[in-house]
Design a protein around this ligand. Structure first.
Ligand code: GDP
Length: 452
């Protein structure tokens, strides 16, 4: 799911990488590409419109950050807005103050309700609950049997019409799903189950009778949660279907099923924001364990195909100490110059980023940075640190005074060689020259060797 959308968004951001500053035209072009990518992924038009206008506005007035280049800022904004349309924070299940908690499942036929009933039961059992499944889908042939199979696999009992009675498969008489639901709830109470999950019938399309039945069951069992299960593969119909259920039955939360499919997934992105109801769970396969608590932030970074890159952006912001950079800038301007101590601090900052080397390449604008880091040996920082620590304060301030005997002493003290000391001094001289040029040009000193 989302593969195409991910590719499109990622390449949009790639185009921004080379830009040092984004003009309004750049932002408009980017927003246009994002809009097209979302529409092609079947995201509902109204959602796309709201999303892109927020992204545009925020990108135009983006706060200046020392650590993020403009492209990264756009990624950050898109990510945050994706999280927002997916519902913001994860919303956990609401449990009744006085058990049993009643959870009603609603949705079209084939949406994945029965499968989800088993998954949810297993999930809750794992948390120490004692769920009872209630088979109130008496419409679809085999639905009751299917729920029994699922319940058995999950190790959770199933309440179903008795064989031979109305509503039981093969009895030839349609049963009353409302009565089954009511009896199921009574049974849960008497057997002290703390959660009741009621599976209801769906139809292939939305119809009035179906809505009425689901509403009648709802009124009979007074659920704490009504979860609307929606097949994430159904595309543009998702919004209309969700709206119909919201109007017809009402629901408190959404479950996205078949997120493992390779459809375009617009449903997933539209449904929370169109209905104003949070997505609680995701179903990701046919096995009972293919089930996840839904986290909008994780889903957004999956869509942006960024793995933990967003975490990396945060870390980069932290690693790049703005106060330190400012202090250094002030120092350079005042003519105090860039010292070996400063050089060491920069190297240490580079090391902080070095441990994230692999991810850096995925960051827009960080390609060059990764190249620099490819040549960067972590042990090098230890060596530099040892060498600088072995110098006297006077030597650190004015490396020019380091003659042959001082060099030999520093090498001995740091467990390195005179050549190592020389190499460090050369590199430092290069960095110093660069910093001096930056100070003259009025630019912010970044980390040596680190493109801004
Ligand atoms: P219901 O009519 O709403 O009860 O839907 P079912 O639970 O019977 O599911 C319909 C079909 O979708 C079944 O073949 C399920 O195995 C399949 N299914 C349900 N959830 C998922 C899922 O998350 N991923 C995949 N790939 N298939 C699913």
């Amino acid at each position: 799911m989302f593969a195409t959308l991910s590719d499109r968004l990622t390449s949009t951001f790639k185009n921004l990488r080379t830009k040092g500053r984004l003009s309004e035209a750049d932002i408009d072009a980017t927003v246009r590409e994002i809009r097209r990518a979302l529409l092609d992924a079947d995201v509902a038009v109204q959602v796309v419109r709201a999303f892109t206008s927020t992204v545009r506005e925020r990108a135009l007035s983006a706060e200046v950050s020392g650590a993020l280049n403009p492209a990264q800022q756009v990624v950050k904004i898109v990510n945050e807005e994706l999280v927002a349309i997916l519902g913001g924070d994860n919303r956990p299940l609401t449990f009744a103050k006085a058990p049993p908690t009643v959870i009603l499942l609603a949705g079209l036929q084939g949406a994945g309700k029965t499968t989800l009933a088993g998954k949810l039961a297993l999930h809750l059992r794992g948390q120490g609950h004692t769920p009872l499944l209630v088979a109130a889908d008496l419409q679809r042939p085999n639905a009751v049997t299917q729920l029994k199979v699922v319940g058995e696999r999950a190790g959770v009992p199933v309440f179903a019409p008795h064989p031979g009675t109305a509503g039981h498969e093969g009895a030839g008489v349609p049963g009353d799903p409302v009565a089954v639901a009511r009896d199921g709830l009574a049974t849960a109470r008497s057997r002290q189950h703390d959660v009741v999950i009621v599976d209801t019938a769906g139809r292939l399309g939305v119809d009035a009778e179906l809505m009425q039945q689901a509403s009648d069951i709802r009124d009979a069992v007074d659920p704490d949660e009504i979860l609307f299960v929606i097949d994430a593969m159904i595309g543009q119909d998702a919004v209309a279907t969700a709206q119909a259920f919201a109007d017809g039955v009402g629901f408190t939360g959404v479950v996205l099923s078949k997120l493992d499919g390779d459809a375009r997934g617009g449903a997933a992105l539209s449904v929370a924001s169109v209905t104003g109801r949070p997505i609680l769970f995701a179903s990701t396969g046919e096995k009972l364990t293919d089930f996840e608590v839904f986290h909008p932030d994780r889903m957004a970074s999956r869509i942006l195909d960024m793995g933990d890159v967003l975490t990396l952006i945060e870390q980069a912001e932290k690693a790049f100490d703005a106060d330190q950079a400012e202090a250094m800038a002030a120092k350079l301007v005042s003519g105090d110059g860039f010292t070996l101590e400063d050089f060491l601090v920069q190297m240490q900052q580079l090391r902080k980023m070095g441990s994230m080397k692999k991810m850096l390449g995925m960051l827009p604008g960080m390609g060059q940075m990764r190249e620099a880091l490819d040549d960067f040996d972590e042990r090098e920082v230890d060596r530099i640190e040892a060498i600088v620590r072995s110098m006297t304060p006077a030597e650190r301030r004015a490396p020019k005074i380091i003659n042959g005997s001082r060099r030999a002493r520093i090498a001995r003290g740091s467990g390195t060689t005179a050549t190592d000391v020389n190499q460090l001094l050369d590199r430092f001289a290069g960095a110093q020259k660069m910093m001096a040029q930056m100070a003259k040009g009025g630019g912010m000193p970044g980390m040596a060797g680190m493109p801004g």
